[in-house]
Design a protein around this ligand. Structure first.
Ligand code: SAM
Length: 165
């Protein structure tokens, strides 16, 4: 790809979290390209700009200023459940390795001092088991003792809280 936009969404799904689902500053990527009718009759369409695997991204090192990483957080959902269709699911034996590889790729394709925004729901796996899979510590997020079901964490590549990769 010759010209890359500044932002990569590494697993965009149906782009639900985007204010502008056709934002030209974002390269929308996902491993799936498919469409489903959900139980309430609505259509769910996963139609990325690039079909790719976040564990092995087809981009050069230091390509993006901002990477968005909202990987599947479900392990227990049935493979054909609407939750799995909407959010994808993790393999119960491989999720640690898959997420570790995903984090490593997100950091690799970020420019130095670029920002990674990571989203996680603790429905099946607590955040404390996810954080050690990232190569650096986050800069901000819900760090207190209060338990939140959803987390937004922000990382910056390099800097003093983590080795430059
Ligand atoms: C939680 S959903 C993302 C939801 C999205 N942020 C939104 O706003 O709609 C996770 C997505 O990760 C995708 N995914 C799962 N494994 C992947 C992989 N190895 N590489 C790229 N995408 C993957 C799934 O297909 C699913 O669409």
């Amino acid at each position: 790809m010759t010209h890359l936009p500044p932002i990569l969404d590494a697993c965009c799904g149906a782009r639900m979290m985007h204010a502008d689902k056709d934002n030209p500053d974002v390269l929308f990527a996902d491993i799936r390209r498919e469409s489903h009718t959900l139980c309430d009759g609505r259509t769910l369409t996963i139609d990325p700009d690039v079909q790719m695997d976040f564990r092995a991204m087809p981009f050069a090192d230091e390509s993006f200023y901002l990477v968005l990483f909202d990987p599947p957080h479900l392990v227990k959902a049935g493979p054909r459940s609407w939750l799995a269709l909407k959010y994808g699911r993790q393999d119960k034996n491989l999720w640690q390795d898959d997420l570790r590889r995903g984090f490593a790729e997100c950091f690799r394709v970020l420019k130095i001092h670029g920002v990674l925004v990571f989203k996680w729901s603790e429905k099946d796996i607590p955040l404390r088991k996810i954080l050690p899979l990232a190569p650096q510590k986050p800069i901000i997020g819900h760090m207190g003792r209060i338990k939140y079901p959803f987390h937004w964490l922000l990382f910056m590549k390099g800097g003093r809280n983590g080795a430059a990769l």
